[in-house]
Design a protein. Sequence first.
Length: 403
Amino acid sequence: TKVIYALRASYKIYFLAFYGLTGLWNCLFLCGYAFTGISKLMRHCSRSTEEIFGIFIAIAFCVDAIKFLVQEFDKEFCFDSETCNAAKALVSLILMFGTVFIGSEIYNFRYSPYLTSAKRILLADYALPTAVLIMSFVGTYLFRNVKLSTFSDDNTTMFEFIPFEDVSIGMVFASMGLGFALSVLFFMDQNIASCMVNNPRNRLRKGSAFHLDLLVVAGINALLSVLGLPWIHGALPHSPLHVRALADIEEHMDHGHLKEIVVYVRETRLTSLISHIMISLSILMIPTPLNYIPIPVLYGLFLFLAISSLSDFQLWERMLLIFTEQNAYPPAHYIRRVPQRMVHCFTFVQLFQLAILCAFSFAGSPYLKMCFPVLLALMIPIRSKIIPLFIPKRYLEALDGHF
């Protein structure tokens, strides 16, 4: 959406029409992917690509939160009391990191010795909404004298179709190119989320439906496009966290290191259905009481999602090994089967790929950002064709397999 808005500003075209056309082209391409079965290519997508993209999403959440905080301090934190409001910047800092702290403490309560196991897990599952409610109360009541950034809605109508009367031929072809890039991003994002959900470690019994998922995503987003509403698809880290919330997890101690194993997952559509019904009901809360949630609390929510998702990535674990004494390494399977030099070599290769994705995604130019989906798709052949040239296949199977 940011790329479309930036291009709209550069060429002075009607944003909603351009947005709607791009979304419709995207849906058309997604239908083509679904009918031709192109999702079969995801069999070549390894754990490496999944984790690079997963950590990129976590970094993106952190970057957005930090950008907001930096803007608040640049704008409000100064010594001129007439033009600045230093209290607003400081309270924003407190609310953002307070949300992360409370959410993390409640989420990690599952590892404490207090209460029963079922009660600890129940509290941990509701860590995020609890943290948001607490810090929203702190921001709107305890700091009620500080005018904070809050949710606002200036729209007089809730649902109306985008007018396409003034669409030019140039806009149609421009939106087609942008729609193709967007469809590649949707294809990768949706299928990587599906691959991580259907990870063998989750012990799911029901089969996957990659092609049908793409077709459903296309149909839903076609309607959203003509209404000018935000697009949706399976996303990280929400999808894997949803599976974890439905799972029974056993903890095993191995040489002093705690290891979690998924024993059983309640495979049901009800949780997703109920959650989306509740999301739709939130329309009735616009603008009140949603405006009681300060914007810094929402960015704290993103930070919490980013931080809580990192522990599920083997790449994150291997990044920490770079700074860890070898005697303190965890008893992971790849530690026993792969030399330390090869472990670090593979880690640095992944970090280099991650750095390229970040460089293009966070670049100021919208044209560079348009290349991001293609770069993400190229990660698959790079892993399957290029990396095996300098890292032996037997080591890659240990480092990049789903165990």
